[in-house]
Structure formats: structure tokens, C-alpha cells
Write a protein that binds this ligand. Structure first.
Ligand code: GLA
Length: 384
């Protein structure tokens, strides 16, 4: 267990004991993720290349003899929530809906649950596009099932978590975040085919650094933009007569004569799918120059065609790309409109790339950006 996990585990356990006056029977950990490439492709049945990271959400749990669920959220000022398993409705506390939604979705999927006490704590920076909410859903789901001794296939767990987010929280997200939080693998990124949900291992060499830089522009109120992009993609697929943009190519796009915005959205997805598959191959070959070119093209496509970057992120990516040169690459990661950038480079380059970011970029409030150095980690697990 890393020091970071140790600290978080002590924190969630202490909070549980203080609030509920008993020891938890289990602690479950579900990681955040960083997507190396393949953005807004998941809900188009396409390809993504994420890996699970060190920061995570932990849930401490014990059973109750009634049908209630009591929650303590340590990261939201020790806010609490109580609901009944027989009647789960939306809460006014945003964070609580991830828990309520997940519990509701498990029951809708036919799982028998019991009342529970839960404490939640996490160390994934919020609003950074590193999937703190997906990790919360996955951790809660695994914890509720572990309490009953019920086994679940991890991909199924991710699908239920995605349903919670789409149907209960209201973001029409794809499967990537929940699936990598559930299925992540140490020292590997996963090339995920979001149509078949097949997972292909993409080993991350030990001397390749995964640097995550938070722009300091927090993502807020992005559901509207996100859902709009998704609708535009569906419109484009329909106009081309295909089930999803995964099935379209550039010739079909040209022939479809879509309005400029819809055309550009579709062009991003079609080109991003191709780049993602190629990036997995470049990673395997250790071809960092090609990987960097694909990451640069991905960022440009998110900026110009999908229009989900913001000027501060474009500046940060530019600084990272110039510092890294041909030995890797950088791009915005996640849903967009703020959040973090991911950069890949040989570990030997970390000090000078870090120095370039620290001297060349300031967050909107004038502070130094948060820089994380991550290795690909495992997916959800019950802590021993
Ligand atoms: C968010 C969603 C994912 C995915 C990404 C963009 O993280 O939750 O499903 O669509 O945006 O790639």
C-alpha cells in the first residue's frame, strides 16, 4: 500500500469510527483515471486508452439491521445523508446523488442489498477531469455488494455505475471512467473497445512518466455542453445511416454534407478513433515520437473540431509540448472545459518539463499548478 493510500485509509476509517461509533467491516478503494487518448469516443462505440491512477475514493462500510443507508462525506465538510432502500429519490446535495444513484441502479439490476453505514473519503482532485465521481460510484457499488458477500463481474459493475450516472445524476456519459476504475491494471493502460467492452492490455514501461498537470480551471456545469456534444454525434451518425460514429469514415462524412458544427464534431470522433488505435500500437513499440504526434493531433481536434478546450488549457498544453519535444507528448485529458492535461515523457525528462511548467504557467488565481506523477494502478478492490 502506498503512503497516499495509507493516509486515506486512516482518514476514512477514523471518520467512520467517530461518526458511527463502531469499526467498519470493510474498506473498498476505487481509483481515479487518466485518459491517455480517445476523448468523447466512448459513447460513440469507439476506442479509448485510459489507465487507473494512484488517487482514489475509499468507502468504509458496515451493515445495519434496518433498510436505511447512512452516509458521511468527509470531503464535503462532513456532510451527511440518509435514505431508505425502499424509496430512493434525488437529493439536493449533489455528491449524495452518486451514492443514491448507484444503490438505486444496483437494485434495478436485481441485486439484493441491505441497510448500511458508509463513510466516504477521496484524494482525487475534484473538477480536474480525473473521474472522482465515477470512482465514488464504483467504490460504493463494490462496498454494498461486498457487505452481502455478493460477487459481481467488474465490467457489469461499471455498466451499472454508468447507468447510475446517466439515469439518476443526469450526465449522458460513456462507459470509460467507470470501466477503467473497475478494471484498471497495475503498470498497464487498457485499450477499450467501447462497443464490445473488450479490454486489451497496453503495458506502460517503467521509464515512461505519466505527468498530470491540473490547469486550475475547474470544470463546473458541464453536463449541458457534454449532453449537447453527444446529441450532435448521434445526429451525425443518423445522417450517415450508421449505428454509431464508430462505423463512419471520412468519405461518408464528406458525402453527408452536414452543417459545419455537426460535421466538425463527427470529424473529431472519426479521427480520434483512428488515433487511439494507432497510439496503443506506438506505445507498444515504444515510439514516443509518434505517440507525441498523435497526442498533439488529438488536442488540436478537441480544440478546433470538438471545441471543448479553454484558452488556459491550450497554453498549458503548448508549454508541455514545447518542453517535451519529440520524446513524448501532451494533451488535455477528460471531458473538457477545464481540468487537467496529461503528458508522457521518459522519466529522465521530468525535472526540466516540471521546471518549464512552473516557470511558464500560472493557474487563473495566480498559483502554481498541481503536478502529479502517476503510475498505472489497479482497479477497484476490497482492502485487506
Ligand atoms: C467524461 C465521461 C466519459 C467520456 C469523457 C470524454 O469523462 O464521463 O464517459 O466521454 O468525458 O472522453
Amino acid at each position: 500500500m502506498t503512503m497516499r493510500d495509507d493516509e486515506l485509509r486512516s482518514r476514512v476509517t477514523a471518520a467512520f469510527e467517530w461518526h458511527f461509533g463502531q469499526r467498519p467491516t470493510h474498506v473498498v478503494r476505487a481509483p481515479g483515471r487518466v485518459n491517455l487518448i480517445g476523448e468523447h469516443t466512448d459513447y460513440n462505440d469507439g476506442f479509448v486508452l485510459p489507465c487507473a491512477i494512484g488517487p482514489s475514493t475509499m468507502v468504509a462500510i458496515s451493515g445495519r439491521s434496518d433498510r436505511q443507508v447512512h452516509i458521511l462525506a468527509t470531503d464535503f465538510g462532513d456532510a451527511t445523508d440518509i435514505f431508505d432502500l425502499e424509496h430512493i429519490v434525488s437529493s439536493e446535495q449533489g455528491w449524495a446523488n452518486y451514492v443514491r444513484g448507484m444503490v438505486n441502479a444496483l437494485q434495478l439490476a436485481g441485486f439484493e442489498l441491505q441497510g448500511a453505514n458508509l463513510a466516504v473519503a477521496g484524494n482525487i482532485p475534484k473538477g480536474a477531469g480525473l473521474s472522482s465521481s465515477a470512482s465514488l460510484e464504483v467504490a460504493v457499488g463494490q462496498a454494498m455488494l461486498t457487505l452481502r458477500g455478493t460477487d459481481i463481474d467488474r465490467t457489469r459493475l461499471a455498466q451499472i455505475a454508468q447507468a447510475a450516472e446517466c439515469d439518476f445524476v443526469g450526465t449522458q456519459c460513456g462507459i470509460m471512467d467507470q470501466l477503467i476504475s473497475a478494471q484498471g491494471k497495475a503498470a498497464h493502460a487498457l485499450l477499450i473497445d467501447c462497443r464490445t467492452l473488450s479490454l486489451t492490455d497496453a503495458p506502460v514501461p517503467a521509464d515512461l512518466a505519466i505527468m498530470i498537470v491540473h490547469s486550475g480551471v475547474t470544470r463546473g456545469l458541464v453536463e449541458g455542453h457534454y449532453n449537447e456534444r453527444r446529441r450532435q454525434c448521434e445526429t451525425a451518425a443518423k445522417a450517415m445511416g450508421v449505428a454509431a460514429l464508430r462505423d463512419a469514415d471520412m468519405a461518408m462524412l464528406t458525402a453527408a454534407k452536414l452543417d459545419p458544427a455537426t460535421h466538425n464534431r463527427a470529424r473529431h470522433v472519426i479521427s480520434e478513433n483512428r488515433r487511439t488505435i494507432e497510439a496503443a500500437a506506438a506505445l507498444e513499440k515504444g515510439d514516443l515520437e509518434r505517440l507525441g504526434t498523435l497526442m498533439a493531433e488529438s488536442h488540436q481536434s478537441m480544440r478546433d473540431d470538438f471545441e471543448i478546450t479553454v484558452p488556459a488549457i491550450d497554453r498549458l498544453v503548448d508549454i508541455l509540448q514545447k518542453a517535451i519535444g519529440r520524446e513524448g507528448g501532451a494533451r488535455m485529458t477528460g471531458g473538457g472545459f477545464g481540468g487537467a492535461c496529461v503528458a508522457l515523457m521518459p522519466t529522465s525528462r521530468i525535472p526540466d518539463v516540471r521546471a518549464a511548467v512552473e516557470s511558464g504557467y500560472q493557474t487563473p488565481d495566480g498559483s502554481m499548478p498541481m503536478i502529479l506523477l502517476e503510475t498505472a494502478g489497479p482497479g477497484v478492490h476490497v482492502m485487506g
